[in-house]
Ligand binder design. Sequence first.
Ligand code: PAP
Length: 345
Amino acid sequence: MTLQISVPDVYPLSFVDDDDHEKTNLALLYDRYKDRFITFPKEKGWMTEDLYMYQGFWHQSKNVVSVETVMATQDSFKAHPSDVYLATLPKSGTTWLKALAFAIVNRNRYKNKPPSTHPLQNSNPHNCLPFVETEVLRTNPTYDNAHTPRLYATHMPYTSLPQSILDSSCRLVYMCRNPKDVFVSLFHFANSLRGQSRDLMTFEEGFDMFCKGVIPNGPYWDHVNGYYKVSLEQPTRILFLTYEDMKMDTRNNVKLLAKFLGCPFTEEEEGKGVVEEVVSLCGFENLSEVNKHGSLSIGIPNHAFFREGKVGDWRNHLTIEMGQNLDQITKEKFHSWDLLLNTCL
Ligand code: PAP
């Protein structure tokens, strides 16, 4: 069935409303935008065939998070001032942050229901809170999700966010993670997906690409840099979290996140252990168990998002020299930011 939808500016696009609509609509977006990016600098991809350089960052193509979905989002997305965006570079804690934000914002909706019926006990956090980039693939992309405030995730670099987000007073949460752990996590994730269809990437090849900045939504340092700078200039607009802090003191960071999202825990809730309930619902142990089986609609197995869930796993994978090389790049890129370096070295 073909559906004619109307979205301001660039649309209408003839979107398809069937079981495979994400794939079909992705193909439509690829056709629509390919002439704009096909001549851009190109590198070999990690999970997808290619990466294209767009607005200073490498983007996948033919993927739900890709250069064509970024372009479509830039062309059509309208932010609301009350929106909150959860921004991350892939493998920096996206799934965890989505789960935490969803659990916090919806806690009253589920508090009197059997815990086993909570969406996070039955579904991948990626199904509970969408990427704004993938919303353009929906059959009816009105960009309305069921939350108040509207909650979206994004892998887009700060400078590529749609103008309506940059111009509005909406808020953002950014989660940053040590680049050595991001690399190791990305390497394993990419190879687990490539294993289905393409030759595996060697560790050295992946490391070289990471150091050159050639990763989806990278370079790593530029992505972090973009959000960090604005979080210093506008601390009430961007909450800058780190995976490492969240691991070390989950309880206090969850409280901080709840306050920023506009729904702080009350004294009564704290007394009743509601913060601890959220922490444990969204903890690695629980979510990795819930997501042992099944897959996302785009075919990625749920378990691929839950590997080790630890700080410092890079020590088990990188040689001393590789670690030092990556640290050297990080020091050069973040030289004036001691606090950030604490996390990133
Ligand atoms: P995405 O950007 O593709 O969605 P993302 O969720 O950012 O991926 O990264 C997955 C990493 O977060 C994995 O790290 P690892 O490879 O070093 O293990 C995954 O294990 C970790 N992760 C997922 N859920 C949690 C959680 N609830 N708590 C802590 N870490 C988590």
